[in-house]
Design a binder for this molecule. Structure first.
Ligand SMILES: [Zn+2]
Length: 297
């Protein structure tokens, strides 16, 4: 269930790179949510980019939520990542119908649609969270995230994301990269980078050929060199627990909770991210109502 992430700088310190390999995480999500091939490709790209974005923060408790609201077959995808490489995700349309482009590849852009939004929430665990929102550009996710970084965070970036599937729809390889252009980047460096990226095969092909994240970063930074390399583990992991579910029930409010007790006599909550079920008996629900009646000391 683990993935790998590396971060590094070019030798001239002008561009920063993130490369992630997320094959097992995306396959885990596919099995967990019983995703169709197109949903696997779309959610896989979302998981991969969220993992990299989550690791960009230096604030230990920060959580990054990435929401992609589509206008076609895939209406919503949500991924939450922390600064320790843990990612969880779900989509409202796990069984989205497969669409193919002219080249016969899964057409993620059309499945999501262009008339959607991308929302990024950075929650620092205190105060108000930072919320950035941009319109989707292509629905292909990589371009949409690049547009978000440029518009919302004034950070020019080049982004690539990919998920390849076997004939029986199992995830073969998944991964992605983000290259950040820093303010002092020279035209020479940008030209070199552009030429590297233009001539590059799909990222998943590198992984299929047996290259690891450092070697892939080396290909993207060919002629620029790699420095300040750091390696991190990534994991598809949900952090839900009974206490969080109780908080969710309490947040419904007393009258809503009483009507659940009245109508159903019990409650079952299912976590969107990992499908864990939490059952609450009438007695347990009444205890929560009682807790709400107790004024805070
Ligand atoms: Zn969960």
């Amino acid at each position: 269930m683990n993935g790998k992430l590396i971060t590094g700088m070019s030798k001239n310190r002008e561009v920063r790179i993130y490369v992630a390999e997320t094959t097992d995480m995306v396959e885990n999500a596919r099995q967990l949510h019983q995703l169709s091939p197109i949903a696997t490709a779309a959610l896989g790209r979302t998981i991969t980019v969220a993992a990299m974005m989550g690791m960009m923060s230096k604030i230990d408790k920060e959580k990054l939520t990435l929401q992609i609201k589509g206008s076609n077959a895939i209406k919503l995808m949500v991924a939450i990542a922390d600064t320790h490489g843990n990612v969880k995700a779900y989509t409202t349309d796990p069984q989205a119908v497969n669409l193919f482009n002219e080249a016969g590849k899964l057409d993620v852009g059309t499945a999501i649609g262009k008339d959607g939004q991308l929302i990024v929430i950075r929650d620092l665990g205190m105060k108000e969270p930072f919320i950035g929102q941009t319109n989707l550009v292509t629905g292909e996710i990589a371009e949409d995230i690049a547009a978000y970084f440029a518009q919302s965070e004034q950070q020019p970036s080049a982004i690539g994301l990919g998920v390849s599937l076997s004939k029986d729809a199992v995830v073969k390889k998944a991964g992605g990269f983000i290259v950040q252009i820093l303010p002092e980047t020279t035209d020479e460096t940008i030209t070199q980078l552009e030429s590297n990226l233009t001539g590059m095969p799909p990222l998943t092909q590198f992984f299929e050929e047996g290259l690891d994240v450092i070697q892939v970063a080396g290909q993207i930074f060919a002629g620029l060199g790699l420095d300040e390399l750091e390696t991190y583990d990534l994991k598809y992991q949900c952090d839900c627990n009974r206490e969080k579910m109780e908080t969710a029930l309490i947040s419904l409010g007393k009258s809503e909770l009483l009507s659940i007790i009245d109508e159903d006599g019990e409650a079952e909550l299912v976590c969107h991210f990992c499908n864990s079920k939490y059952h609450f008996t009438e007695e347990q629900l009444l205890a929560l109502v009682k807790e709400m009646n107790t004024p805070l000391a």
